[in-house]
Design a protein around this ligand. Structure first.
Ligand code: WQD
Length: 341
């Protein structure tokens, strides 16, 4: 079976994809520098998979380390997750985001080319659509970005598009994630944001478990059913399975493509709060506050291309996303920092 290299392998999406790939019979090599993840993830992956993870600690911006890795293993394809991903932080630190996110992708592709590996799955984001003109959003929708993080994703796609155009041997899949949430059903791996969570569901989870007092709902005057922001939340295991489907397509010879990975169903902030209260049995008190700068009113996918091209659809609904998130939160109130007492 093919061997897949995951960069950013111990992160939230990377760790879940690692498990899905093993379950599908792939060999997996993982690399990470632990800049935004914990070595504890490797212990959890071993316990869940029954296999010792094949892992190398390195920074994808290090050409020497990447050459050594490719020289030591026969890699058939790469999934590139390694990137910083905080929108607000990217506005404060644009140079660090361009260096790490674009520099890391560039160095990875250069190492691949030196070693004759020309299949890559790129972790992109619905953020490349900016303020959508039409909903649901199709892959041919206009792209624009409103922050440096989003710019690194769009520019990453443009870099890969130019690479594919320059050499037809390259097979490149750009996966535009909508809003990944939830956790593996075991509760042993999940989203572990450092500091105050930027994203909705991890914040809601920390309110439900009592780690934070109240949720601030950013904006209640949007042109949506209940006035709060609407997003396409997708279970992280559905997202991981989307990567398996994309790799399978590339390995059977599919030429380069870009697909949305979303459910096609939008939910408001208050929908998520209600679902989380049902799943946890705990109250999630909140305050309605002004909009967060840069937010859009609504964003949800047309997932038809992924279904037609990959035979992939998301199968897990909002209640399961919340239930799986809650199990992870309860079992790991401090994330990977320390297990529940
Ligand atoms: C969702 C909704 C907020 C927090 C971002 C990135 C995207 C991807 C996912 C990396 C919005 C509201 C949130 C809170 C709230 N990241 N909200 N109170 O902004 O859609 O997407 O994260 O890949 O690229 O752009 O996700 O979870 O931050 O917000 O009311 O404390 O929840 O206004 O409507 P977003 P989010």
């Amino acid at each position: 079976m093919a061997t897949v290299l995951l960069t950013g392998a111990t992160g939230y999406i990377g760790s879940h994809t690692w498990l899905s790939l093993l379950a599908a019979g792939f060999q997996v090599v993982g690399v990470d520098d632990f800049s935004n993840s914990s070595p504890e993830v490797l212990k959890r992956l071993e316990a869940l998979s029954g296999q010792q993870p094949d892992f190398v600690q390195l920074n994808v911006c290090d050409p020497v380390a990447m050459d050594a890795l490719f020289a030591a293993r026969r890699i058939d394809a790469v999934v590139h997750f390694a990137a910083f991903k905080a929108v607000g932080e990217s506005t404060a630190k644009p140079l660090e985001y361009f260096q790490n996110n674009l520099g890391g992708l560039l160095n990875t592709c250069q190492a691949m080319r030196r070693h004759g590996v020309k299949r890559i799955v790129f972790s992109s984001s619905a953020t490349v659509y900016g303020q959508p003109d039409v909903l649901p959003i199709r892959e041919d929708a206009r792209t624009s970005t409103t922050n440096p993080y989003g710019a690194t994703k769009l520019m990453g796609e443009q870099m890969l598009e130019a690479l594919a155009a320059s050499d037809a041997e390259w097979q490149i899949a750009c996966l535009r994630y909508f809003n990944p949430v939830g956790a593996h059903e075991s509760g042993q791996i999940g989203e572990d944001p450092s500091g105050i969570p930027n994203n909705l569901m991890p914040y809601v989870a920390q309110v439900a478990v009592g780690r934070r007092a109240r949720l601030q709902v950013f904006g209640s005057d949007y042109d949506t059913a209940d006035g709060t922001g609407v997003r396409d939340y997708i279970h992280v295991v559905d997202l991981a399975d989307g990567h398996v489907a994309a790799l399978t397509a590339l390995l059977r010879g599919e030429p380069s493509f870009t697909v949305n990975l979303g459910t096609g169903q939008g939910y408001s902030v208050l929908d998520v709060v209600a679902a989380y209260e049902r799943a946890s049995g705990r109250p999630v008190p909140y305050d309605l506050v002004p909009r967060r700068p840069g937010d859009v009113a609504a964003c949800y996918a047309d997932p038809a291309t992924a279904k037609a091209k990959l035979g992939w659809v998301a199968t897990r609904g909002l209640d399961q996303m919340c239930a799986d998130s809650w199990r992870w939160q309860q079992q790991n109130p401090n994330g990977f920092g320390q297990p529940a007492a």
